[in-house]
Design a protein around this ligand. Structure first.
Ligand code: ATP
Length: 487
């Protein structure tokens, strides 16, 4: 089993991620987040907001509409250039993204290159046959990824709009409004989190490539000077990498990959991907997942850091005929600012954090506290999620479910802790099974109320990662957990 199957199985079984509309046979490329997934995603977005908007006094927030005047997409270049190279098998009629089925990925045109209207699509040797039935493939065609919708009440007069393909443009069209309604001065940024939609040719790899997903972005406006561009590119590259590491990714699981000039998107002057190294728990170099042909290497894009120059504002100025220049009071210069963008996927980051956290440990039965043959080894599945990301911070148990004095005491501790964090209560099965169940969903601490608790007002606190147990006074429990969760 590879990591996608393991995470997919766990995510569905424990309520992180479900296939979208499954009872109706599903809808390709859509996913629903269950009770635990929604907490994980909320925590991720909260951490993004804290690091970008709260901790930078020169960054403000925005939440733009998903549907915008279609002229926005004409101006941004998405109607012309937001497309992937599509080929179809003449025999089985399956459709593929040309770059995904190339024999050598490095030689295949990159989607971003194709999104550059100036670049030419080439079908290279070895990409002429269907990877499934070996039938002949058609010549590649540009396939626009924008999702269309229709607004209005009179049939025949409905207006075609688009569900945004990226959340970026909502920020740029509001640039002047933010300037006029706040006291921001260049350099400053606008952060935003929200849904984006793409008619991806081959969604797959769980949520890795979906048709509906969330992005978390910063558009950072600077003076149009090379030294400013270099300075802020470096600053935001470092900040974003630091963020992933702070939340538990190993340094060696992350790298930057610079885009070659002919690979960059139509708007980019300079571009880097932050890539994540997908672990293969079976120890092989190549991923074996079958549901996405593109996932054949372990390094995959997690976030893009782009120097967008003045592409967006100058295009919106031209298409809207509104003045989108900035006047610098200090230098008395008027200019169209440049933009440094950080653009990450919330769903992709959530998936990669789950992969990074997924651990299988061989452990003896006595340590796991399950009453099977003593000394026998078992596999413990544990999600070593950073406490800031873990859906539940604490689980509270009464040692025995049929002793009302233990259950009531545990309930009162649960009621006290739930005011501080998302916590859960479990009285099913034996204590060992409860620990395993919480390990599998990444709960950092389990608190058990036993008979001694009734005498000494202390509880046992068990640490997910070390499995060590400590006795803690109920009066000190809040502070004890606060220190541990924040350390
Ligand atoms: P890719 O090369 O994987 O198609 P991209 O370069 O087109 O991605 P951007 O337009 O730079 O992606 O979007 C920024 C981020 O949004 C990506 O780094 C990724 O995390 C996320 N993202 C983009 N497309 C998808 C998708 N179809 N499903 C899930 N997340 C996505």
């Amino acid at each position: 089993m590879d990591i996608f199957e393991k995470i997919g199985g766990l995510a569905k079984r424990r309520g992180f991620i479900y296939p979208g509309s499954e009872i109706y046979g599903g809808l390709a490329g859509t996913w629903d987040y269950g009770p635990l997934g929604v907490e994980l995603k909320r925590n991720l977005k909260e951490q993004f907001w804290k690091s970008m908007a709260q901790e930078h006094e020169n960054v403000v927030g925005l939440d733009a509409a998903i549907m915008m005047n279609p002229k926005v997409w004409e101006a941004s270049g998405h109607l012309d250039a937001f497309s992937d190279p599509l080929v179809e098998c003449k025999k089985c009629h399956k459709r593929f993204r040309l770059d995904e089925i190339a024999n050598k990925k490095s030689e295949a045109p990159n989607p971003k290159q194709i999104r550059n209207p100036k670049s030419k699509i080439q079908n290279k040797e070895g990409e002429t046959h269907c990877p499934e039935c070996k039938g002949e493939l058609t010549e590649p065609k540009q396939f626009n990824l924008m999702v269309e919708a229709f607004l209005g009440v009179i049939e025949g007069e409905k207006q075609k709009v688009y569900l945004r393909g990226e959340i970026t443009q909502g920020v740029h069209v509001n640039f002047k409004q933010v300037l006029n309604s706040t006291r921001v001065k260049i350099p400053f940024g606008i952060a935003q989190i929200g849904k984006a939609f793409r008619n991806e040719i081959t969604p797959g790899g769980l949520t890795y490539r979906s048709r509906e997903f969330e992005q978390m972005e910063l558009q950072f406006y600077i003076a149009p000077k090379d030294e400013e561009g270099n300075k802020w590119m470096e600053y935001w590259k470092a900040k974003r990498k630091e963020w992933y590491v702070m939340l538990g990714m190993k340094e060696e699981s992350i790298r930057f990959r610079e885009h070659a000039p002919d690979e960059r998107a139509h708007y980019a002057r300079e571009a880097y991907d932050i890539e994540y190294h997908i672990p293969d728990v079976n120890g092989s170099d190549k991923l074996t997942t079958s549901d996405s042909a593109e996932l054949t290497t372990n390094w995959k894009e997690m976030e893009g850091i782009h120097h967008r120059g003045d592409w967006d504002l100058s295009r919106h100025q031209k298409f809207s005929t509104k003045d989108l220049t900035y006047f610098d009071e200090e230098t008395k210069e008027r200019f169209i600012p440049w933009v440094i963008e950080t653009s990450g996927g919330v769903d992709r980051a959530a998936l990669f954090f789950l992969m990074e956290a997924y651990t299988e440990e061989k452990i003896s039965n006595d340590k796991l506290q399950i009453s099977k043959e003593e000394g026998k080894e078992e596999t413990r599945i544990v999600l070593k999620l950073h406490p800031k990301l873990a859906p539940y911070k604490v689980a509270v148990f009464p040692l025995l479910a049929n002793k009302s004095e233990l259950v009531e005491k545990a309930q009162s501790i649960h009621d006290m802790l739930k005011k501080l964090w998302m916590v859960t209560f479990d009285a099913r099965g034996n204590i060992g099974k409860r620990y395993r169940s919480q390990d599998e969903i990444g709960t950092p601490f389990c608190v058990t109320v036993d008979f001694d608790t009734l005498e000494d007002d202390s509880v046992t606190v068990r640490d997910r990662d070390t499995m060590k147990q400590e006795r803690v006074k109920i009066n000190d429990l809040g502070d004890y957990l606060k220190n541990k969760l924040n350390s």
